[in-house]
Design a protein around this ligand. Structure first.
Ligand code: G6P
Length: 614
């Protein structure tokens, strides 16, 4: 994610930048920095960059003794994507005249970096952001008369990917330039001063008058005013908006809880997981250059994880076995290392972890590595303990997840596992051209479909109120939707404290059927696809015992309505991708039940976001 701030005006800007960054720390906190114009003795105004690894407090300590005193500046709080958290990778990045802060991912970073190196440019960080600083500086040097805005525009013409950037150039202390594509950026309009930020909370204490930048727009921000153009240099005119939220609700983007905000963020988060990794043209998925063991000799993959990440791992088993035909075992990390697992040298052991810090998962992966396995992880927090212990890491790029109940971390884990499955399937050659093409094309539509499902929140809220008094819930699913039933039950337990069980639909007759009566809501995941008919038979069994059925089913399904009491209709997708969609209504259902009951949704009792003890 990352948080960005910028200021142009008459006030000393370092305190304004730091306060803004504090309000954006929820977007990332592995390093922070500022660049502020400091008038120098020679009459040149150059930017002074102060940055370091760690939370904002570290930067504040650094600034305590020598604070830049200028009136124009930019700041950044980082959530690492390219390059581990370190002093060198912290933003702002400076090249020649130009300082830049960036939120996003540059997809064609390698090609651009190689081209710039050929021109003699020297890189001092591992980030994709530094490329932008070099590109803009090149433009300023090539054409001495070009404006900063125009130099940024020319540079961005070469860039593919997601970005929100703020740029300043030495000797142009009266302006900063901001640009946006896919990552958010808002301009705050003050009186004789103007602000830029990733999100409203950073500027709300200064102004409520804002202009949200749209895709492909570039803004030249001076203390006297703001001018916006598009990527072709054409002027854009738009009236500013007045923000009416309180500072607290602004941090949650107007949502009541972080969990609800994060449910809504999933379309964006999954888009970021896929960014630059999925190619229709090459019919393949790319894993950031990770060199996996040769599939010709790879006999087995073992996935280890805890909690919600374990549910993602269970779905991953379906994905990898179906597409790559490599056997996959899934283990709870807390069990794995105590059962003397059989590890053969060269086995691929994959840890799945949002935090990258879960003690059980970390210990399990260390044990596997000791025994000669090739260790890899899918993680959200860059350079956390688990990625540091593994030979390869595939990051989900979900951004910080604050709600204890995991939502966007889960769906991005599913997306990352699907990328891995496609990648392996293309190499084992079990995923043929036509199927790969269709699957990749469908995969790219998933974020859009997730956003569509989030639009059903109103209907799901009504259902939640209707059944929120129940003492127990049962969740049923088949095949790759069985882990989603487990996840649906876990979500409900975690935040609403209602007892819930997830079951494989076919197993219902071996036990849970005894529990069913008119007081028992049964949530059935029943999208069209393999196993649909069998799930319908299970529904008949529930109905015959007066159970209340809440069905998650495919839009256009006209049969299920006669059996189910409630139908949540979701868009159709490929069977392999269904879990990415079917889980979203279940997240919303548990959220609204918990909200209805008035529990502490973001910090449920007895739970922790990251469990670093055994
Ligand atoms: C805790 C959290 C869960 C999470 C689990 C594993 O129990 O409350 O939401 O799924 O840990 O965490 P990890 O960071 O390894 O995914």
């Amino acid at each position: 994610m990352c948080g960005i701030v910028g200021y142009v005006g008459d006030k000393e800007c370092t305190p304004i930048l730091i306060e803004g960054l504090r309000r954006l720390e929820y977007r990332g906190y592995d390093s922070a920095g500022v660049a502020v114009f400091d008038p120098s003795k020679e009459g040149m105004t150059i930017s002074r960059v102060v940055r370091c690894r760690g939370k904002l407090a570290n930067l504040e300590n650094l600034l305590r003794d020598s604070k830049p005193t200028g009136r124009t500046g930019i700041g950044h709080t980082r959530w690492a994507t390219h390059g581990r958290p370190s002093d060198e990778n912290a933003h702002p990045h400076k090249s020649g005249l130009v300082s830049v802060v960036h939120n996003g991912i540059i997809e064609n970073h390698q090609i651009l970096r190689d081209g710039l190196k050929q021109k003699g440019r020297v890189f001092t960080s591992e980030t994709d952001t530094e490329i932008i600083a070099h590109l803009v500086d090149e433009e300023l040097k090539v054409d001495g008369k070009v404006t900063l805005r125009e130099a940024v525009r020319r540079a961005l013409k070469q860039v593919q990917g997601a970005y929100a950037i703020v740029v300043m150039a030495d000797n142009m202390p009266d302006q900063i330039v901001a640009a946006k594509n896919a990552s958010p950026l808002v301009l705050g309009l003050g009186d004789g001063e103007n602000f830029i930020a990733s999100d409203v909370p950073a500027i709300l204490m200064h102004t409520r008058k804002v202009l949200f930048l749209e895709e492909g727009e570039i803004a030249e921000v001076r203390k006297t005013g703001i001018e916006v153009v598009d990527l072709d240099g054409k002027r854009v005119e738009r009236a500013p908006k007045e923000i009416t939220w309180s500072a607290v609700s602004a941090e949650k983007a107007g949502f009541k809880h972080f969990m609800l905000k994060e449910i809504h963020e999933q379309a964006r988060a999954v888009t970021d997981t896929l960014r630059g990794r999925l190619s229709v043209e090459h019919n393949d998925a790319f894993l950031d250059g990770i060199e996996l063991p040769d599939v010709a000799t790879l006999k087995k993959i073992t996935i280890i994880a805890c909690g919600t990440s374990w549910h993602a791992a269970l779905v991953g088993k379906f994905m990898i076995e179906q597409l790559a035909r490599i056997p996959v075992e899934v283990d709870l990390a807390s069990e794995y290392r105590y059962r003397e697992p059989i590890i053969t040298k060269g086995d691929l052991i994959l840890a799945v972890s949002q935090s990258g810090e879960t003690a059980d998962t970390l210990a399990a992966i260390k044990e596997a590595k000791k025994q000669g396995a090739y260790t890899m992880c899918i993680a959200n927090v860059v350079d956390s303990s688990i990625p540091r212990s593994c030979q390869a890491s595939l990051y989900t790029h979900a951004g910080p997840e604050i709600g204890v109940a995991s939502t966007k971390a889960f769906t991005t884990q599913l997306a990352a596992l699907m990328l891995l499955a496609i990648h392996l399937g293309r190499r084992t050659k079990t995923l043929k051209d036509d199927r790969a093409k269709a699957l990749i094309q469908e995969f790219l539509t998933i974020p859009h479909k997730m956003a569509d499902i989030v639009g059903l929140a109103g209907q799901i809220q009504v259902i939640a109120r209707r059944y929120g008094h129940a003492r127990d819930f049962l969740f049923l699913g088949r095949g790759n939707n069985y882990p989603i039933a487990l996840e649906g039950a876990l979500k409900l337990k975690e935040i609403s404290y209602i007892h819930a069980e997830g079951y494989a639909s076919g197993e219902m007759k071996h036990g849970p059927i005894a529990l069913i009566d008119e007081a028992m809501p049964v949530v059935v995941i029943a999208p069209k696809g393999p196993g649909y008919d069998k799930v319908m038979s299970n529904l008949q069994e529930v109905k015959a015992r007066d159970g209340k059925i809440i069905a998650v089913c495919t839009r256009g399904d006209t049969d299920i309505g006669s059996l189910a009491d409630e139908c949540i209709l979701i868009p159709e997708t490929a069977p392999e991708l269904q879990p990415l969609l079917t889980v979203v209504p279940l997240q919303l259902l548990s959220y609204y039940v918990a909200d209805f009951k008035g529990t502490d949704v973001d910090q449920p009792r007895n739970l922790a976001k990251s469990v670093t003890v055994e």
